[in-house]
Design a protein around this ligand. Sequence first.
Ligand code: NAD
Ligand code: GDC
Length: 341
Amino acid sequence: MSKKVLVCGAGGFIGGHLVEYLRKQGFGDIRAIDRKPFDEWYQIHDYAESDILDLQHRDACYQAMRDVDIVYNLAADMGGMGFIENNKALCMLSVLINTHLLEAAKDEGVGRFFYASSACVYNASKQDEVDNPGLAEADAYPAMPEDGYGWEKLFSERMCRHFREDFGIEARVARFHNVYGPHGTFEGGREKAPAAICRKVIDAKLSGSGEIEIWGDGEQTRSFMYIDDCTKGTHDILNSDILDPINLGSEEMVSINGLVDIVEDIAGVTLKRNYKLDAPKGVRGRNSDNTMIRELMGWEPSVSLREGMEKTYRWIYDQVADRYPGRGTVRAAVGSETLVS
Ligand code: NAD
Ligand code: GDC
């Protein structure tokens, strides 16, 4: 395939996986951009043309866009609840990235443009109960999104729409629901619940502390999408005729306590749970309604939470095990019988 693809945010979790997915789809000419130094990229693919640029700057966006046919914008200053609740201004500044990328895409005559939106655009009043029947695309309006991060996403979605209507940019938008998997953030403050719970359970297991901290009362609900479903869905939505923002998420809703149950079972431990009620909690209940994606694409994310969490747990285990000399020496230990003590 001769088309040149630009992946923005390629040093991050989803971007790093998307570059590899695109190569497997036959794209040989991929430009991978991130603002982080290379040693902080989760994955660097030697077949891609990787470069460091800060895409909040207009000139950088024009430089990145040179000779490009297809753009995936996954670059954003973001994280889990611990980050977005405490960094609302930083989250909103990501509007500069998508704005300048859209302008550059218009001027450079780009063929297709993908924007990664979020379930955080949905009206908060529809997420007050743990038993959420699923958020359908229309539930984003009237607007009452997550303060800061969600407003930026909703505005940028809207900007994609108007660049399409007014300038003919073939923009496509997916609303990702909490994505997890290997090669993602698992510590440092930006991690989301699946990776955070894996890391905490592994630390408790290897340190022998026997307890973990859980934010909130653990009854709050979410659905989590495995990274392989995310990369496939992203690529397919970009290539579709779906003009309005569409959910890309799992319908397998689980409470945070249920998520901890799964990780404890994978690890082969039972831990004392300490609930931190004043920690960042976000909405009470969230789930994806996949009616639209099933109808329009005949497909929906399908990797089970158990299967995806096993792979995620193994990868995080490998990252932290050497912090516990003598205890974490078995690669990707799963289940108590594999623990070396
Ligand atoms: P990530 O933080 O791992 O990756 C984002 C990358 O963007 C980072 O590597 C970061 O350095 C880069 N970046 C930030 N500002 C930049 C700039 N000015 N110029 C160049 N690069 C910049 O996050 P992710 O999980 O891979 O998310 C990718 C996209 O998907 C983001 O837009 C995010 O908001 C969206 N999203 C993710 C999730 C999720 O659960 N992971 C859910 C909903 C939406
Ligand atoms: O951070 P997150 O995964 O984001 O949190 C889910 C729930 O898990 C929250 O109620 C949080 O309080 C709880 N939780 C319990 N313990 C922990 O140790 C922990 N760490 C974390 N992080 N959470 C814990 C996300 C956004 C993303 C993205 C997706 C879209 O919101 O943070 O940026 O856009 O939504 O679906 P979450 O699901 O609220």
